[in-house]
Design a protein around this ligand. Sequence first.
Ligand code: HEC
Ligand code: HEC
Ligand code: HEC
Ligand code: HEC
Ligand code: HEC
Length: 266
Amino acid sequence: MKKNHFFMLATLLLSAAMSTGSVVAADKALAQGKNYHRAKWDPIHFKPAIDSATNEQCLACHKEILDRKPRETSPAGVKKSEVLAWYETLNTYEGEQDTFHRRHLLGPLAKKLMDMKCNTCHQGNDPREETVGSSADSPHAPAMRKMVDPNTCLMCHGQFPWKHMTGLTGPWTEAGKAFGNNCMACHAVFRTNRHKVNFLKPEAIEEAGKTNGDVCYGCHGGRAWYRISYPYPRHAWPGMAKEIPEWAKNRPTESQARFLNDVKTK
Ligand code: HEC
Ligand code: HEC
Ligand code: HEC
Ligand code: HEC
Ligand code: HEC
């Protein structure tokens, strides 16, 4: 009996020593960025650290985000070179099928008109359950089971808000023809103070939009995943009327604060 107990104790002590050893090993692995759980709960994923995180910092662990490519063929055998979705039919669409992340960060159109960072979309989420209100620390967590707040997507993937545009009688696909499919027919004068945010290139957008309505429409109805449109801030513009239309009464007059960091033109 006694002998047996001694043996058990020895085993316990030995395994305790071994686990201390593995903690040291884990720390070493952590120093090389290799411990999975520590990395998953790295403060960089959460507020406030995520606000100042650079793409390089995120990519040090998530290189796959930009490396991954779509399959050559779908599991059902459809070749990627033979498919074109409705949202890929705007005349600004270039190149072969690519991943969601690459289309927003590396695609030719993205590079020309946008300057998105990982934290433009990722604002931190609870990796435990990916849901709101389930843990004490998540009063401002993103929407249910999302890693990104869909309101961010809505800015560029909402419906074309034609009802707010005096002079338009219907959706752009119908009413646009009368204006030569050119938004500048009106927007050379209306709401001219626009796009001065840290994830867009305002000059490049104006330049490209001058001659191609699909450039503007692409972010304002041409790839609408939502049935609503984004309540855009209404920046004052030269020649703006004094009275505020009914629909615009609750609109902010400036872009969200986090989109104004590092904006030079203001
Ligand atoms: C030290 C390495 C490391 C860094 C730096 C890092 N991550 Fe992660 N991240 C991880 C690991 C590990 C996971 C867990 C992966 C899994 O479960 O598949 C993870 C998970 C995620 C997830 C998925 C969360 C979920 O609920 O499944 C997102 C989104 C994410 N990271 C984004 C980012 C962004 C954006 C940055 C930069 C602000 C970043 N990460 C920086 C290691 C890192
Ligand atoms: C245009 C917005 C956007 C940008 C910019 C963006 N992401 Fe994401 N990311 C998403 C969305 C949406 C998902 C899917 C979320 C879900 O499934 O709920 C996602 C998922 C992820 C995931 C987890 C799932 C996966 O695909 O492995 C990681 C990790 C991640 N992003 C890292 C990054 C990093 C690193 C960057 C910057 C280089 C970045 N993201 C930039 C929107 C974005
Ligand atoms: C600042 C504007 C902007 C924001 C914000 C944005 N997108 Fe996009 N998105 C674009 C543009 C521009 C394209 C077209 C890219 C191209 O044609 O190369 C696009 C394309 C896409 C595509 C189609 C990709 C393909 O294969 O053709 C999907 C899906 C998508 N976005 C989803 C989202 C989601 C989900 C979010 C939010 C997490 C989001 N986008 C946020 C501008 C944006
Ligand atoms: C017939 C004139 C006209 C044309 C053409 C036109 N717009 Fe507008 N647009 C307006 C007016 C007027 C407003 C509202 C001005 C105000 O805030 O009082 C407006 C507002 C907007 C808004 C802000 C809506 C909101 O809810 O805050 C966006 C975005 C917009 N236009 C994009 C476009 C795009 C993109 C095109 C081309 C695809 C376009 N417009 C074509 C007249 C026009
Ligand atoms: C790459 C996506 C993208 C393109 C291309 C684009 N927009 Fe926008 N637009 C946005 C986003 C995002 C906002 C909201 C920015 C903010 O929060 O201030 C916006 C805001 C606006 C507004 C509201 C202005 C205000 O008062 O702040 C108008 C009007 C508008 N866009 C018209 C246009 C016109 C006209 C074009 C073509 C010349 C165009 N957009 C091209 C993404 C885009």
